[in-house]
Design a binder for this molecule. Structure first.
Ligand code: NAP
Length: 285
């Protein structure tokens, strides 16, 4: 089998265009431009790239993007004060604090400080809880982006055996909840999982978000599986690669995401969708 490509770049482009059209309608109705505040602590190069990409995607979709770059030594209290100010700012519909934060700042405290109706990353316990209870509002961007990619490609999910490798709060855990809600039978694997290979070999839908280049050998992939590689790893030569051996997996899978051009663009497109939703549903832009 030679896998077909799950084209995140193309589908993300379609989503971004839909958001842009909707923003134009809002403005034509005399309503306020949706606004996203992005907070970056320090100048980590990878974070700077992500923040730049999000900022530029917002601008292209007609969403006002306000960057707050604060020094790496900012105190936790000063960062919380900034979040409080953004919570109260009526021009801000979404607040995104770029992770990871420096070690002296407790990420969970900062995330929890963001008002749930401005939590466009979907990481607040309220939004994660709603996802757990099948009552989603603002859904974490990467897993929601994966669901949109699968839905718009026409991949059936109901009743499928889904295996998620990685159990982080931003990828694996909410991904499991999304696939469970879509009526898959889910297994979530992590660093203490015994016999990972046996689990992966069972997967009809395999989602991997671990952060180790080529971690899943292609021959582990079940014949005909749908493979979603969330991993983004920068190699020494500067190229990006995923967590799955792409060449090997292509011989087994029916569908597969490339890295780059798979999940990454979907995450950004979903952030725009969430910001628009926060503006329309919660803040009546
Ligand atoms: P993370 O917080 O470090 O979590 C990694 C997960 O992988 C953990 O659950 C960990 O298990 C598990 N793991 C580590 N070693 C393992 C092993 N040997 N066997 C099985 N599981 C193992 O990472 P993350 O933030 O979720 O990110 C994961 C990857 O996704 C990274 O490459 C990141 O760059 C990428 N990412 C991409 C996007 C996108 O838009 N495409 C968005 C976010 C992240 P434990 O829970 O036991 O520690």
């Amino acid at each position: 089998m030679s896998a077909q490509i799950l084209d995140g770049k193309k589908i993300a482009g379609e989503i971004r265009e839909l958001v842009h059209q909707e923003v134009k309608h809002l403005l034509a109705d005399g309503r306020r431009q949706p606004g996203l505040a992005v907070v970056q602590v320090g100048d980590d190069p990878a974070s700077s790239v992500y923040v730049r990409n999000k900022h530029s995607a917002c601008e292209k979709a007609g969403i006002l993007s306000i960057k707050h770059e604060v020094p790496v030594e900012i105190s936790q209290q000063a960062l919380l004060d900034l979040v409080d100010a953004l919570n109260e700012d009526p021009t801000v519909d979404g607040i995104l604090v770029q992770l990871p934060l420096p070690a002296h700042i407790d990420s969970e405290t900062v995330i929890e400080r963001i008002h749930a109706d401005k939590d466009v990353d979907g990481f607040h316990p309220y939004n994660m809880g709603r996802l757990t209870l099948k009552m989603p509002l603002l859904r974490p961007c990467t897993p929601k982006g994966v669901m949109t990619l699968l839905e718009r490609t026409g991949i059936p999910l109901e009743g499928k055996e889904a295996v998620i490798v990685g159990a982080s709060n931003i990828v694996g855990r909410p991904m499991t909840l999304e696939l469970l809600t879509a009526r898959c039978t889910t297994t979530t694997c992590h660093s203490k999982t015994a016999d990972l290979e046996a689990h992966v070999r069972r997967a009809e839908v395999l989602v991997v978000g671990v952060g180790i280049p080529n971690f899943i050998p292609g021959e582990w992939v079940r014949e005909g599986a749908v493979v979603v590689d969330v991993g983004i790893n920068r190699l020494e030569d500067g190229t990006l690669t995923g967590d799955v051996d792409f060449e090997g997996a292509c011989r087994q899978a029916s569908w597969i995401t490339p890295v780059p051009g798979g999940v990454g663009p979907m995450t950004i497109a979903t952030l725009l969708q969430n910001t628009l939703k926060a503006a329309e549903v919660f803040h009546n832009a």
